[in-house]
Structures are given as C-alpha cells and as structure tokens.
Design a protein around this ligand. Sequence first.
Ligand code: 2AM
Ligand code: CA
Length: 276
Amino acid sequence: MNDFLDVAVQTAREAGKLLSELFERPHQISYKRPLDIVTEGDRRSESLITERLRRHFPDHGIIAEEGGGHSSNSDYCWYVDPLDGTTNFAHGFPVFCISLGLARRDEVVVGVVLDPTRQELYTAERGGGAFLNGKRLHVSKIDKLAEGLLATGFPPFDNHHELNIGYYLRFTRVSHGVRRAGSAALDLCSVASGRFEGFWELKLNPWDKAAGALLVTEAGGRITDLKGGPFKLRGNEIFASNGLVHEAMLRVFSQAASGDLPGRDASLVPGNLPVD
Ligand code: 2AM
Ligand code: CA
C-alpha cells in the first residue's frame, strides 16, 4: 500500500507545481456545456497524472474528470480530479486542489489531496489514519451545531440548487455559518482537519469525493447520505461531519425536506431592512 501512497503523493506534487505555474498566467477558458468550464490547468494536470499512474500501475483502472482514464479488469481504480475548484482557478481565486483516490472494489483505500496554494498535503490510508503534511489529523470536538462552522457547494450545472439553498438558509440560521468555497475535496479535508464541523453537497462525482471521504473517516469523522444512510461513492449525496453534530444536522435536513423551511419575512427586502 505504501507504494500506492508514495506514487500518489509524488504525482500530486508534480501536478501541483504545474497548476501553480499555470495559475500565474492568464487562463483560457472553454465550456464543456453552458456554465460548465474547463481550463488548460484541468487538461494538462490530468494528462500528467494519468501518464504517471499508468506508468506505475499499468493494470489499474483510472476514472478521471476530463475523460483521460481507462477501464480495466483490476480490482483497483483511481478516481482523479486533476483540478477541483476549476471555477476558482479560472477566476484567480486561490482555492483549488488535486484529488487522487484509489479504490479497491469501490472501497477507497488511499486518498491524497494537495492544496498547492497553501502547500497543504492531505494523505490517508484505510486503517492508517489521516495526515496533514505528515501530522495526524482529528476531526473537531465541537458538539453543538450552534457553535459549528459548516460548508456546502453548488455545482454550476445543478437542478438541485433550490433544494440546497433551503438547506443553506436553515443551517446559516443555526450555526456559525456555511462556507461555499468551491472545492468539495478541500471542504472534506477541512472536516478532517477540524476546521469545519460539517459539509454536505447534493450532486458530486466520485472523483470529487473519493479521497476526501477517506480523509474524514480516517480522522474520526462520519459520512452518510442526507438521511443518515450509508455513503455511496457513486451516489449523489454526501454528508460528512465530525460525528458529534451529525444527528443534529440530520434533523435539519429532515425538517427542511418535510417542507418546514423558514418563511419569507416581508420586512427583509432591500430598502426595508431593520436597523439594529
Ligand atoms: P470541479 O471544480 O472539479 O468541477 C463545487 O460545489 C464543487 O462542485 C466542486 O468540487 C466542483 O468540482 C464540483 N462541480 C463543478 N461542476 C460540476 C458539475 N457540472 N457537476 C458536478 N459537480 C461539479
Ligand atoms: Ca475538476
């Protein structure tokens, strides 16, 4: 397993160097479909990563966001996000990462996430703990939702926006706030490192969450779907927390789903805001 982790770390570092160089230059943006962008960074990082993984593990499968992967009969498959946070990268907002997860028969066994801006390397092996730059990670000890900092995301091409805005509104009212920084893999790492108490998102792909999900569980956190059922790598929903605020957050999802959303307050319209 060490070899898998070592190659993933080395590969992520090389891709991180490439993305850092490209980040300093003007970006050429193309559209996969309306609102869904891709940059030279996504493509070149993916070519580099898939080339390295193929060279070291020729029989492993690779599923990569920009389509550079290949299937195989092996039990092992790499989930590659060569640039998580593409929209941030394209706009010069320095919150993006590389995410590499190795699954054995759909169970993630190795996870590596590199934030090249902060030089933060997150690593995990199943059963071996989670680490940030070599230092052991633990989820936070905050056990009250009212004292928690949360995160979510809104993929640009998502017909669940309205549902998630309902959750966003509710959680904003009952916590220290809900961040929406634009990289699901980094959000999951922030749950693992104790910066966030919880994170959820409705429509992610396996490459966004494979590595981060392992980081969270290896740091002592909990991952389910939004109803508390088992997390599925190929499923739509992900809800990760430090475990301590999990049940309280599940209650909020269930209240919101049953239609118990906060009502509109007529006084809260522009030009008519209350003065403190
Ligand atoms: P990306 O930057 O690799 O595309 C933000 O909420 C999260 O959603 C990011 O992790 C982002 O990953 C992901 N995302 C962006 N576009 C998406 C799409 N069209 N479908 C699903 N997820 C997407
Ligand atoms: Ca991506």
